[in-house]
Write a protein that binds this ligand. Sequence first.
Ligand SMILES: Cc1ncc(COP(=O)(O)O)c(C=O)c1O
Length: 442
Amino acid sequence: MNEQTRIAPNNLEAFWMPFSANRQFKQAPRMFVAARDMHYTTSDGRQVLDGTAGLWCVNAGHCRPKITEAIQRQAAELDYAPAFQMGHPKAFELASRLTTIAPDGLDHVFFTNSGSESVETALKIALAYHRAKGDGARFRLIGRERGYHGVNFGGISVGGIVGNRKMFGTLLTGVDHMRHTHDPERNGYSRGETEHGVELAEDLVRIATLHDPSTIAAVIVEPVAGSTGVLPPPKGYLKRLREICDQHGILLIFDEVITGYGRMGTAFAADYFGVTPDIMITAKGLTNGVIPMGAVFASAKIHDAFMSGPEHLIEFAHGYTYSGNPIAAAAGLATLETYLEEGLFERAKALEPVWADAIHSLKGTRHVTDIRTIGLIGAIELEPMKGEPTKRAFSAFVKAFEEGLLIRTTGDIIALSPPLMVSEDQIGEIVDTLKGILAGLE
Ligand SMILES: Cc1ncc(COP(=O)(O)O)c(C=O)c1O
């Protein structure tokens, strides 16, 4: 660490931090100043093991040389190219490469800058697709309770996390929600898909019947709900959603912002569950979290529906100044190469049972009421403190940071998702640290 990185800012007021307890943070700041592989370095020089791949995004580990060098090279060669009506080779190359790891049939890629923008893009593609086909009566979007689809208006409308919706008025109209799939009574301490709950997919039939299926444009779900506290789907549930959608001409959208790029031990959760959506939303691991970028995959059927009319006209009135940005594209290509050269998706697959055994060994630890694992994701649900929900998990988060472990909490649930390069020893370290912390928590 050089002298520059040691310098702490002397005024924390101006930065209004996202999704953070600003006042608490500013009283006792937690600052990272460097990172390498599985560890962060704090401003006071401590090493912190990354149990969350940053924010579920640094799947290849930190400051990986190939990615860093690709970004440096690209910044010096072509810094920016206009995204509209102009192109540069790397965006095309990245899109082509991505289709080689995507589920069969998802042949087209639209670039964005984040998960939230990818969600908006997917919803707009779905609505515009039906209209392009002359089926503009399909305007409804169906989400699910407890779903997280980013923070923009479309995303919070189809999303189902009350705290993220309640402050923001009427949201999108024409939206409805299926029931969530969380059922700890029947599915407690689950590994992989849960045993019970396939019948919850029939909630889509109920909603489709209520509104008439011919008014529904798309259904959007996370294959594994992440931000709400890790809810794996019941066995057969996603397949059943696919069947219902096919039966009624409804598009199925998977939000794979967390589950994409190896998190499940497969390239995408669609591969893990053997269910292919019509539109797939990704971001985060696409560039290893290093440069903001998202990618929305669409089937040829959807893409081709737009490709009509006079050829000089824009087919889809949507896009961002930074769609396919050269530096992001270079980062994406280098990230993909790193994943493939190092076999990181296969590594995650091989680790899945080791990971599950380790996390489930916390059963019986003080405060723990449920544990769920799938892929390289884990959730440890805690009994909330009386009258003070979220406080116990937040205390665990702060304590873990002090003891050299980064975890993430949502409500009273601890969520874990280490970089895919995590070693078995480091998995042991995560579990041992948590065991000690939970035992000592009020
Ligand atoms: C499933 C899902 N969708 C969308 C998003 C939003 O991504 P971003 O924060 O990059 O906008 C997230 C972020 O965690 C997510 O988990």
